[in-house]
Design a protein around this ligand. Structure first.
Ligand SMILES: [Zn+2]
Length: 321
């Protein structure tokens, strides 16, 4: 049994690679934004470079490393090692990421959806310790869900369980990045916030958000929307409230379907604080069967931005020993 694992978290704009020990501590980390929103070959190069930069710097003999796990922000078939699609990295379609990276770095690799790994990380080392049936909901660029049942990550028949973002909650509603209309993602996510911001800007409404708009509708970041809200911009406040409300609707769906004892929530948009979470609690209350409202505990993440890398390490220890 080896002491260390490598976890690599691949998001739309950054890659974080870390060495994790069996206590769930990140002992070294390497981060890069070199690949941002590029096509697969650039991203695969960046993953390879991040891995070797990490190994060169960490001072740990590679023979003491149990294995490598990649967390990817997209719809992933982990057992087949495929990235099926990613709304953050549009050029990705059925890419055999696991085996391609394994060949490049000369080590076996595990591939899993990033939110699933955050769930595993929080379950083993964070807010989910001691629970048995737990869900992890991420409120960030997208809206992700990781499901732990009886202490095991549940990934479903083709590895895509928990793709909550694309559940339709507003039939005939606004367009989503997936091609459908009225998905949770169109509201309860960074992508959804930006979409709503443009809806108001394009209607010619007076809002501080207009300063961030570009002709090609480049995403307006959640932090800009929060800043405008804090300056008293009514449109910014309204869209954060709508987004938060739908996040609460999403939490009710999780509780109704999975019946976990605990839902841990995390992700960059947790920084919206009560502006989003007061309406989220309302959205949850108004959408759940009243009898289920007290059936679970709701807790914020403990591992923060390291959840993905730590969860990838936990996956290696779980799968490889
Ligand atoms: Zn969708």
């Amino acid at each position: 049994m080896k002491e260390y694992a490598v976890g690599i978290d691949v998001g739309g704009t950054k890659i974080a690679a870390g060495i994790i020990n069996r206590d769930g501590e990140v002992t070294s980390c390497f981060k890069t934004r070199a690949h941002s929103e590029k096509e697969p070959l650039f991203v695969i190069d960046a993953i390879e470079n991040a891995y070797f930069a990490l190994i060169d710097d960490c001072g740990i003999d590679p023979v003491d490393i149990e294995g490598v796990c990649i967390g990817f922000a997209g719809t992933v078939n982990g057992p087949e090692g495929l990235v099926l699609i990613s709304s953050n990295l549009p050029a990705w379609h059925k890419i055999p990421l696991r085996d391609t990276v394994a060949n490049r770095i000369g080590r076996p690799v595990i591939l899993e959806n990033d939110t699933n790994l955050c769930a595993l990380g929080e379950y083993h080392y964070g807010a989910g310790r001691g629970s048995k049936n737990m869900c992890y909901a991420t409120y960030s660029t997208g809206f992700g869900l990781g499901i732990i049942i009886d202490g095991q990550l549940y990934v479903g028949a083709t590895g895509t369980a928990g793709e909550i973002a694309h559940i339709v909650v507003d039939v005939g509603g606004p367009p989503c990045t997936c091609g459908k209309k009225g998905c949770l993602m169109a509201y309860a996510s960074g992508v959804g916030l930006s979409r709503m911001a443009y809806e108001h800007i394009d209607a010619g409404e007076d809002t501080l958000l207009a300063q961030y708009a570009t002709p090609d509708k480049k995403r307006i970041h959640g932090s800009c929307i929060l800043e405008a809200a804090k300056q008293g911009d009514p449109i910014a406040n309204e869209i954060i409230e709508t987004s938060g409300y739908y996040f609460g609707v999403g939490l009710s769906i999780i509780a109704q379907i999975v019946n976990p004892e605990l839902i841990v929530y995390g992700g960059g948009l947790t920084r919206l604080g009560d502006l989003a979470f007061e309406p989220a609690r309302r959205g949850l209350r108004e959408s759940i069967q009243p009898q289920l409202l007290d059936s679970f505990e709701l807790k914020p993440w403990q591992l923060g931005d390291e959840a993905g890398v730590i969860g990838a390490g936990a996956m290696v220890f779980n799968k490889l020993g």
